[in-house]
Write a protein that binds this ligand. Structure first.
Ligand code: NAD
Length: 485
């Protein structure tokens, strides 16, 4: 499939709602459009998913057959790497070399979960209740791990291939049927991945792609009585709406991967060059539009000035540009809306008296580019720029005196997605790792993630876990069967 074919075919998808334009964020040009499928489209998709679940066509397939199909999906993703990477660059503004890596990570999600298809098991026990809890004393009990019939998979625009694979691989390994909604800004790669699933042998009706806006299509998924579970990645604000929708409908189960405001602590004994380079890169990569990007750096007083200078220099040296700009390492923000949001925070910060050390403006060119921005002198108690998730290339840097103060400042947030500490003191590293309230903690390592290890947020950064064994557990229910001996 070519990029042009995707741009053409997505226009033809049926729908009843608005026609939604799709943009290249590096040029601000419209590249295609599609029609919101509306609640009717969701109803049809859920009905197809339910029918496939009831028929057992996927969950009833031999485990090793499902594993082979998922492995084949991975191979086909690799075979289609060029077109998927091109779409990722065109639609999400990700530099081509990074887009290729993301596609490779996507295929590895499927290989990893192909392995889990044959390894889902429960426990068995002979139980002697002593007659306390029932008529019979001697029982044999075992657990069954059963897939949800229909899951709703909803994800954001910031890594379309990654997000698709992170949800589809474990849900298919578990045996679920699904309704899949990519973000309205980035519908293109999901269109190709959907074709790949079918080409690999995932039966018709098992995975049902729907396109549209959050308040129409997303909301219709979360409110649908036949959707047993919703797995969502996106903002904390929409996460709350999904919880409300569940409470108001069928109490469907929910996994939420939400926002963050991740702290990075740099102690004065750190390998400063590495810490500055990694903290800077871990802040500005993808223009700060990765959920685990650092966005609040805290530097110990003795190295504070060096850290501010170092991060500002790094920010100034990063080459921004679109996929066609040779050597660009950082792409644009995703949309005009996101650009307005990021600049709104910067302007608010300026009004509050924050010091913009570098950046704070968009680039003088087409595309939603914002110069990597370093901010100091913010009031931690009141600054919205400091407290709220911006999801852009904006970092605050504040000084601290000792370990206790650093931990207190790092944890003073409603989020708890990721945190990093840079120090050569091994004892301190372990103490800090325990004290930081975040689902992922890096010690002398930043932006770490692997599909084999659980990922999730503390506090308002999420509910439940993705990846690793926990990732397949999220799509399974547990039943206990009691038998009389
Ligand atoms: P968003 O919450 O606005 O949208 C995410 C998805 O939800 C989109 O597909 C959208 O159409 C849909 N949606 C919107 N309203 C809905 C509703 N009422 N019901 C159901 N679905 C609805 O997020 P975004 O702007 O696309 O992405 C940025 C956010 O995603 C940031 O907050 C970022 O931190 C978060 N994120 C988190 C992780 C993680 O793993 N924790 C990963 C990536 C992004």
């Amino acid at each position: 499939m070519t990029v042009q074919a995707v741009l053409d075919q997505i226009r033809e998808r049926p729908g009843t709602g608005d026609v939604i334009p799709v943009f290249d964020p590096a040029t601000e040009e419209q590249i295609t459009e599609f029609t919101d499928c509306g609640p009717e489209g969701v109803n049809d998709a859920v009905a197809r998913a339910k029918e496939s679940a009831d028929s057992g066509i996927w969950k009833g397939k031999a485990d090793y057959e499902r594993a082979k199909i998922l492995w084949k999906v991975a191979d086909l993703i690799d075979e289609n790497k060029a077109v998927l990477a091109e779409l990722e660059s065109l639609n999400a503004g990700i530099p081509p070399s990074q887009a290729e890596v993301i596609v490779s990570v996507g295929s590895e999600w499927f290989r990893y979960y192909a392995g889990w298809c044959t390894k889902v098991d429960g426990i068995a026990r002979d139980v002697n209740t002593g007659g306390l809890m029932g008529m019979d004393s001697h029982m044999h009990a075992y657990t069954l791990r059963e897939p949800y019939d229909v899951v709703g998979l909803i994800f954001p625009w910031n890594g379309p291939v990654f997000n698709y694979c992170a949800k589809l691989a474990p849900s298919l390994a578990a045996g679920c049927s699904s309704v899949v909604k990519p973000a309205e800004e980035t519908p293109l790669s999901a269109f190709v991945l959907d074709r790949i699933l079918h080409e690999a042998g995932v039966p018709e009706g098992v995975v049902n792609l729907v396109n549209g806006r959050g308040h129409t299509v997303g909301a219709a998924i979360t409110a649908h009585d036949d959707v047993d579970k919703v797995a969502f990645t996106g903002s904390t604000e929409v996460g709350r709406e999904i919880v409300r929708a569940s409470a108001a409908s069928n109490l469907n189960k929910i996994t939420l991967e939400l926002g963050g405001k991740s702290p990075v602590l740099i102690f004065d004994d750190a390998d400063l060059d590495t810490a500055i380079m990694m903290a800077g890169f871990g802040t500005f990569v993808h223009s700060g539009q990765a959920c685990i990007c650092g966005s609040r750096i805290f530097a110990q007083r003795g190295v504070y000035e060096k850290v501010v200078d170092g991060i500002a220099n790094l920010a100034n040296g990063l080459q921004l540009g679109g996929p066609k700009d040779e050597g660009a390492m950082i792409g644009p923000l995703i949309s005009a809306k996101q650009l307005g949001r990021v600049m709104g925070y910067v302007d608010q910060g300026k009004q509050d008296g924050a010091e913009i050390v570098t950046g704070g403006h968009r680039l003088d060119r087409k595309g939603y580019f914002v110069h990597p921005t370093v901010v100091t002198n913010v009031d931690p108690a009141t600054s919205r720029l400091y407290r709220e998730e911006i999801f852009g290339p904006v970092v605050t840097i504040l000084p601290f005196d000792d370990e206790d103060e650093a931990v207190a400042m790092a944890n003073d947030t409603t989020y708890g997605l990721a945190a990093t500490a840079w120090t050569k003191d091994v004892g301190r590293a372990h103490r800090i790792a325990k004290r930081l309230k975040a689902g992922t903690v890096g010690v002398n390592a930043q932006m770490q993630f692997d599909h084999s290890l659980p990922f999730g947020g503390y506090k308002q950064s999420g509910w439940g876990l993705e990846a690793g064994k926990a990732g397949i557990d999220a799509y399974l229910q547990t039943k206990v069967v009691w038998t009389q001996m």
